[in-house]
Structure formats: structure tokens, C-alpha cells
Design a protein around this ligand. Structure first.
Ligand SMILES: Nc1ncnc2c1ncn2[C@@H]1O[C@H](COP(=O)(O)OP(=O)(O)OP(=O)(O)O)[C@@H](O)[C@H]1O
Length: 333
């Protein structure tokens, strides 16, 4: 099983104002069992891309290919694609078990087989106790898991997730990440997962595609995108925190990740003063202003090393922690 998007273009014409280019020539692919994560700022075209794969949004140009078959002209119902949205839409008049099995029933499968499959997928997603409830008796996170179960039970050819864990609490989110991966591996389908959560993108993705303004800026393993972002835009978008970018010197922008910035009193560093310190659990985020400039840098430090606001410090980092980008094009040098 495989998924490919080739040269996808889509624009929207708002009732007033200029046309919006939502997809500007997107090429992506995902293999069987592969989880491709899409990250990007709000409005970068992530949801439009998923909707186009599902057949809910016709493309202006380009193709969607599933299992080597061009499905671009097929309606959603004939693509065999499961899409789980941020806001799970369940049938309000049906119980949870019926909601999960509704697709199987429509396909005329045997009642006993459906019940067994519903129980199995409910067990995996930890919603067995909810099977007899009605949708209005569920929390947002529970509804989300029911929608996920409904998508998983169908053994679709492609699985698309649009922030399915957005309304789930941290502990459950951690567990569900693993569960989604396990279910997906057992289904062996390509999965495309849109998230704003960078940690989730790093933890779950076999590969990550970084989007901005309807384009894919880079697509590679999370480790590679983190270690060698292709452009300054990727360096700002992908990672636990945006990369610090220093002012241009000789046509070069130097970037340093906040987690690599060191503060101290050592000679050789750049003099700066601490603007603000924000606690972040065991760590803290420290914003410093470099002397004689308007450049602020962010540093992530252990809480035990937290300075005070207003303190004078020196700022340093290892030469191996520097990223260099072309100032004119933004591309990695
Ligand atoms: N039906 C529509 N009519 C007009 N413009 C639209 C429509 N749907 C999306 N857009 C525009 O297309 C662009 C891409 O939207 P899309 O929803 O794909 O972004 P996104 O990356 O999913 O954003 P978010 O992270 O906020 O969900 C945005 O500029 C958006 O305003």
C-alpha cells in the first residue's frame, strides 16, 4: 500500500479579497506502514492537503495516487481513505459501539464479526467501558478516540489524522501516540498525521514534512530535519523551540538552537543582559539581549542554572552548534 501526492495545487477565492493559494505544488509520498507527519504554521495548507487526499477538496492541478491507482477524480466514498478530524463528528442518535461499526454495517458484514472487531479496536484504544454510552455522554477526548476507532476498524488503504490528540490530556496523549503507531503498524497502511505539537511530530513521525504557504520546505526524518534544517524558515518552524537567528554578517545568517545556548560568566562569550526568565518544569526559558544590539536570544537551561532578570551574563555556544544559512535565499550553506 502506498500514497503519493504529485504537483498538488489548490487555491480558494474568498468572497472578498484576493485568491488564497492553499497548495502551491505539493509533492509527497508515504509507504505502507509509514507515518508521515505534517507540521507548519497556521494557514500553511495542512488541512487542505488532507482534505484533498480524502477527496473532500478537488485539486486545481496535480494527482493523488493510492496503491498506484490515480484516484484524483474519484469521490471520497470510493477512495478507501479514513480521515479523523480535530472535532470528531459522531452520529448523535447512535451509541458508541454502533458509531464505531457503522461503516462495516453499511458494507453488509455479519453482525457477530462486527461486534468482535468493535470490541478488539475498543480494547486497543481503551474505550471498552464506553461502548454502551451515547456520544453526548462522552468528553472531547473520548469522542476523539471513538472517531479514531471508527477510522481504524475499516482497514482503510490510507489513514489521515488531523490533530486527533488536540483535546486529549497529556498522559493519555502519551499513551495514545504509542497506540496509534501500533494500530497503524498492524494495519500496514500509510498514515499522514497533521499536528502542531512538535514533540509529537518528533516522537511519532518516520518522516516529517514541514509546510509553509502551501509548499513543502523539507521532508526527511525528524532527526535529520532537526539536525540540518534546509532553510531558516524550517529552523524556525521545526523543533521544540524556534531556532535563534543572528543578524546577517557577510551574507550569512547564523542560527543556534535555544537548547544549545550556554549562559555564564566565562570570557570569550558575548556580553548580554537577562530580559526575562520563564520557569518550564525542570528547565527554564531565558531571553537575553546582546549588548549594543537589538538582538534577543532564547536559551533553554536547567532550572537550577536559572539567572535573574536584569543579571549580566555572557552568551556562548559550541562551534558545532552553529547552523549557517544564506542571507539572500535563506537556504542552508
Ligand atoms: N474554504 C475556504 N475558503 C477560502 N479560503 C480557505 C478555505 N479553506 C482554507 N482556506 C485558506 O487556505 C489556506 C490554507 O488553509 P488550511 O486550513 O489548509 O491551513 P492549515 O495549515 O491546516 O491551518 P491550521 O493549522 O490553522 O489548521 C489558509 O490561508 C486558509 O485561510
Amino acid at each position: 500500500m502506498s500514497l503519493a501526492i504529485e504537483g498538488a495545487r489548490k487555491h480558494f477565492r474568498a468572497r472578498r479579497g484576493a485568491a488564497v493559494v492553499a497548495l502551491d505544488g505539493v509533492d509527497l509520498d508515504a509507504k505502507a506502514g509509514e507515518l508521515l507527519v505534517i507540521v507548519g504554521p497556521s494557514g500553511s495548507g495542512k488541512s487542505t492537503l488532507l482534505r484533498a487526499i480524502a477527496g473532500l477538496e478537488p485539486l486545481d492541478a496535480g494527482r493523488v495516487v493510492i496503491d498506484d491507482r490515480d484516484v484524483t477524480a474519484l469521490p471520497p466514498g470510493r477512495r478507501d481513505v479514513a480521515l479523523v478530524f480535530q472535532e470528531a463528528a459522531l452520529f448523535p442518535h447512535l451509541g458508541v459501539a454502533a458509531n464505531i461499526g457503522i461503516g462495516e454495517r453499511a458494507r453488509g458484514e455479519r453482525r457477530r464479526d462486527i461486534e468482535a472487531r468493535v470490541r478488539e479496536v475498543a480494547r486497543v484504544l481503551d474505550i471498552e467501558p464506553l461502548l454502551t454510552r451515547m456520544p453526548n455522554e462522552l468528553s472531547g477526548g473520548e469522542r476523539q478516540r471513538v472517531a479514531l476507532a471508527r477510522a481504524m476498524i475499516r482497514s482503510p488503504r490510507v489513514c489521515l489524522l488531523d490533530e486527533p490528540l488536540a483535546s486529549v490530556d497529556t498522559e493519555l496523549r502519551l499513551r495514545m501516540r504509542g497506540e496509534i503507531r501500533a494500530v497503524q503498524r498492524s494495519l500496514g497502511v500509510p498514515m499522514v498525521h497533521v499536528t502542531h505539537d512538535q514533540v509529537e511530530a518528533m516522537a511519532m513521525g518516520d518522516r516529517v514534512a514541514v509546510m509553509a504557504r502551501g509548499r513543502v520546505l523539507q521532508c526527511d526524518t525528524p532527526a535529520q530535519v532537526y539536525a540540518r534544517p534546509a532553510t531558516t524558515a524550517v529552523a524556525r518552524i521545526f523543533g521544540p523551540l524556534p531556532m535563534n537567528l543572528l543578524p546577517v554578517v557577510d551574507g550569512v545568517v547564523t542560527g543556534v538552537r535555544p537548547e544549545r545556548v550556554r549562559l555564564g560568566q566565562e570570557p570569550g562569550g558575548r556580553a548580554a543582559s537577562v530580559v526575562v526568565v520563564e520557569p518550564a518544569g525542570e528547565e527554564c526559558l531565558v531571553r537575553v539581549l546582546l549588548d549594543g544590539t537589538e538582538t534577543e536570544l532564547l536559551a533553554r537551561l536547567p532550572w537550577t542554572a536559572a539567572p535573574h532578570a536584569g543579571e549580566r551574563v555572557t552568551v556562548g555556544w559550541g562551534a558545532e552548534d552553529e547552523h549557517r544559512f544564506d542571507a539572500a535565499t535563506g537556504e542552508r550553506r
